[in-house]
Design a protein. Structure first.
Length: 566
């Protein structure tokens, strides 16, 4: 994704107005009357054409910002940008006017218009601000040009016989947006919004009685998993980790997560594996330690402030090489660790509770027990000892991000975040049934709809699989190890969508979510909101899962079983 800039540059100073500026108010009755007969316009260029917008409708003029592309959007919408914490849709005036496309350069500008909420208009360059007598405004029917007259309210002819076309801002914007609500606020829809990392405890409610749900990850090319009920979230490995003296070698230190101290431990070190260089694939799986007296120790119970601090020690971050998938497995495929393997230091602590057999036994996943891996009282002591030594810059940064995104407990929702062509998208975690790897080969089914990439057998169920890149009209890509299939239940039907990668499952504050621009077109509702996180330089498009397949396509999905039978 092209990251949105955290701060939009100050708008460039506009050139001085042309002669004919209105007289100062009060100079004389005749001058005041003349001023009322003047209109002010911002003049800008696209190709060889000159356009004008009423100055009263222009909020500011900015340099071209970094933008995030919206899927299935009209071609005139270049993307969404961050404008001082707000979401700014940017339109291409060349495309609206039927002019040939060109790449933006140093002279290009975005004219920010006031249309209930800000809307940007990309132009080749801004010329000046002029004051024009109303008598010089002529109707559009006097214009002979290739530009659609419906986009204009009139024309201005200069002394040399040239023409400046006055834009009808409402019509130009309305061709791309179905509606722009006046005074739109950055609030989420009633059914929630949220951002954070690759798994969430809410998904456990959807597990069937005879199934277990696991979060799998990789350490030294070996696959492990935690039960999803023990996982709070998955986040990126932080750049700032505070060292704690006198702790075991597997303790990396502590960091801050939403203004709470989080101990970090290395699973490689716990298992006695060689250290490896850290990269962007490293993830921190935040697990919850249970089975204590609820204060973070096994009976410390000192009361007051100490109990409050110890309660926070129940969460610990386990550093993994990379996260692989969210698995939903038949309990019959999960067996306790054989007694012959339960010896030595690892066996004595009981980190590995069971073995999960997948792909007819060809894939073995070691299921870990977070409670057996750590001593809660020891963790509480590490954290208490580090409380006064935590990097204040890291704490300030975390608090700043909390303030920017409004992350207040009780006002967050969890999302599974995935990537397509560098852009980030989010879906409510409760809508995700599971996340699985893409098999080496999908079964092609004859006489099935074109939008079906193929089908896979998911524990005896025929799962139709759709390539999300193709769905969004993006360039197709070769299969890779990072791709995943996210399985949704849409109107009672399981459907899988191939995405480039799943990055995290995390929490997003409702206050950080703005309504998506209401675009024209049948599939305009696929993006339900925009999570704008300026402090993290991220803009995440939140999808409406039910809109990923339209009703006509939904009706075609049950025919897959019949096609396979034939």
């Amino acid at each position: 994704m092209t990251e949105p800039r955290p701060d939009t540059p100050a708008p460039p100073a506009l050139p001085a107005p042309l002669p004919a500026a209105p007289p100062a108010a009060g100079t004389s009755p005749d001058a005041a009357e003349a001023a009322r007969d003047l209109c002010q316009f911002v003049i800008f260029h696209c190709a060889e054409e000159r356009f004008a917008a009423p100055l009263a409708q222009v909020r500011e003029i900015i340099r071209v910002p970094d933008m995030v592309r919206m899927p299935l959007s009209p071609p005139a919408l270049l993307g969404l940008a961050n404008l001082r914490g707000g979401v700014l849709p940017v339109l291409d005036l060349r495309h609206l006017s039927g002019l040939p496309a060109v790449d933006a350069d140093e002279a290009s500008r975005v004219v920010v218009l006031d249309h209930g909420q800000p809307v940007g208009l990309m132009v080749d360059r801004v010329a000046n601000v002029v004051s024009v007598e109303r008598a010089r405004l002529e109707p559009v029917d006097q214009l002979r040009a290739a530009v659609d007259g419906a986009l204009l309210t009139g024309v201005i002819k200069d002394e040399a016989g040239g023409v400046v076309m006055v834009l009808d801002v409402a019509t130009a914007v309305g061709r791309t947006f179905a509606a722009l609500a006046a005074g739109a606020t950055a609030t989420a829809r009633d059914d929630g919004a949220g951002a954070g990392a690759v798994v969430a405890t809410g998904a456990a409610d959807a597990a069937a009685a005879d199934e277990d749900q696991l979060v799998s990850f990789e350490v030294d090319a070996q696959e492990y998993a935690f039960p999803i009920a023990e996982v709070q979230e998955i986040v990126q490995l932080p750049s700032a980790i505070t060292q704690v003296p006198g702790v075991p070698a597997h303790v990396l230190g502590v960091t801050t997560l939403r203004d709470r101290l989080l101990p970090l431990v290395s699973l490689r070190a716990i298992f006695g594996l060689p250290a490896a260089a850290q990269s962007e694939t490293n993830k921190v799986v935040v697990v919850t330690l249970r089975g204590t007296d609820g204060r973070g120790t096994a009976g410390r119970g000192t009361g007051g402030r100490d109990d409050e601090r110890d309660a926070r020690a129940m969460a610990v971050g386990v550093v993994m090489d990379k996260v692989r998938a969210v698995l939903r497995v038949d309990r019959a495929a999960v067996t306790p660790l054989p007694a012959t393997l339960a010896h030595g230091e690892a066996g004595e602590r009981g980190e590995i509770r069971s073995i999960c057999r997948l792909d007819q036994g060809r894939r073995l996943v070691s299921v870990l027990s977070a409670e057996a891996m750590f001593d809660p009282a020891e963790l509480a002591a590490w954290r208490a000892g580090a409380g006064d030594d935590v990097d204040e810059k890291a704490r300030a940064r975390d608090e700043g991000e909390t303030a920017m995104t409004g992350e207040i407990r009780g006002e967050e929702s969890q999302y599974v975040i995935f990537r397509l062509v560098g852009e980030e998208y989010g879906v409510p975690v409760e809508a995700v049934r599971e996340i699985v790897r893409v098999p080496e080969q999908l079964t092609r089914v004859p006489r099935t709809p074109d939008f079906i990439e193929g089908v896979i057998n998911l524990r005896g169920t025929v799962l139709p699989v759709i390539d999300q890149r193709r769905r969004f009209g993006l360039a197709e890509a070769a299969r890779s190890d990072r791709q995943r299939i996210i399985v949704f239940v849409i109107q009672g039907q399981q459907v899988g969508f191939i995405v480039d990668s799943v990055s995290e499952v995390g929490r997003i504050a409702a206050a950080a979510v703005a309504p998506a621009p209401e675009l024209t077109g049948d599939r305009a509702k696929v993006v339900r909101g925009i999570a704008n996180l300026p402090a993290q330089q991220r803009m995440i498009q939140l999808l409406d899962v039910d809109a990923l397949v339209d009703p006509a396509e939904q009706a075609a999905l049950p025919s897959l079983d019949a096609a396979l039978a034939a």
